[in-house]
Ligand binder design. Structure first.
Ligand code: CAA
Length: 258
């Protein structure tokens, strides 16, 4: 059982819960945190009992960005050789649905981490931003790409070029955030949604996630074709027979991930 210094990692029923736990630095993402996040996501992927994952931080900060103190003295050569892209790829490779439950600051790398999850639930206290420009750099964990895809060019340019923060209401209006809830409800809301997802056929939830993700890469025609193949393939599963039989028989389905 791997130990984590900067995260709390647990399972609640069929939900994996990963809590960033570096309170003295507002959960700033240093190399250790990023490595542990990759490891925790891999553990969730490997745990057959887990059907969905929630990532959260503290009430004050989801994560206030990459660790500025760790980066401050880096040379170009060090930045180039210590590329975090392969580490983040291990996290993004998780096929199980994930929810970022964001309270407080999600800035820079923190906003980028939230965007690597499949959806973001925000407390009404949440603040999102890409303040890298104020440090003489630009986002480096995918922010220019994922933010532009999530909210469109106008809002992405505004946030990335001015470095300003946006509140939860604005983040919901522009499509970055799936739900805004009162801060005290945030974790329960995310855990309940994750438990609901985990209760469906895993064949269907993984296929649904994979299909939606294709929308950000493929043309509409290619994406629709990809979706149709996955849709048709699900008719080969026992869970499709069970789900539809349960509907007809007016009972709850018992999915077995087969
Ligand atoms: N890196 C390292 N340490 C950080 C940090 C970060 N990103 N954010 C906060 N901290 C530390 C502070 O240095 C402080 O530590 P000390 O007590 O040792 O001084 C502690 O966390 C508490 O922070 P503050 O005292 O600043 O708390 P505050 O409530 O006054 O302000 C804040 C909160 C507005 C979020 C402010 O901390 C802040 O602006 N943080 C930096 C945000 C930022 O610029 N993020 C982008 C980082 S670059 C990046 O992410 C690059 C990338 O895309 C890969």
């Amino acid at each position: 059982e791997p130990a984590y210094d900067t995260l709390l990692v647990e399972t609640r029923g069929a939900v994996g819960l990963i809590t960033l736990n570096r309170p003295k630095a507002l959960n700033a993402l240093n190399a250790q945190v990023i490595g542990e996040l990759a490891r925790a996501f891999e553990a969730m992927e490997a745990d057959e009992a887990v059907g969905a994952v929630v990532v959260t931080g503290s009430e004050k900060a989801f994560a206030a960005g990459a660790d500025i103190k760790e980066m401050a003295a880096k040379t170009y050569a060090e930045a180039f050789l210590e590329d975090f892209t392969p580490v983040w790829r291990r996290l993004v490779a998780c096929r199980k649905p994930s929810i970022a439950a964001v309270s407080g600051y999600a800035l820079g790398g923190g906003c980028e981490l939230a965007m690597m999850c499949d959806m973001i639930f925000a407390a009404d206290s949440a603040k999102f931003g890409q303040p890298e420009i104020t440090l003489g750099i630009i986002p480096g964990f995918g922010g220019t790409q994922r933010l532009a895809k999530a909210v469109g060019k106008a809002k992405a340019m505004d946030l990335i070029l001015t470095g300003r923060m946006m509140d939860a209401a604005e983040a919901e209006r522009c499509g970055l955030v799936a739900r805004v809830v009162p801060a005290e409800r945030l974790l329960d809301e995310a855990l309940e949604a994750a438990a609901k997802i985990a209760g469906f056929s895993r064949l269907a939830t993984l296929a649904a996630k994979e299909a939606v993700d294709v929308a950000s890469e493929a043309s509409l025609a290619e994406g629709v074709r990809f979706e149709r193949r996955l849709f048709q393939g699900l008719f080969a599963t026992e869970d499709q027979k069970e789900g539809m039989a349960a509907f007809v028989e007016k009972r709850k389905p018992a999915f077995r991930n087969r």
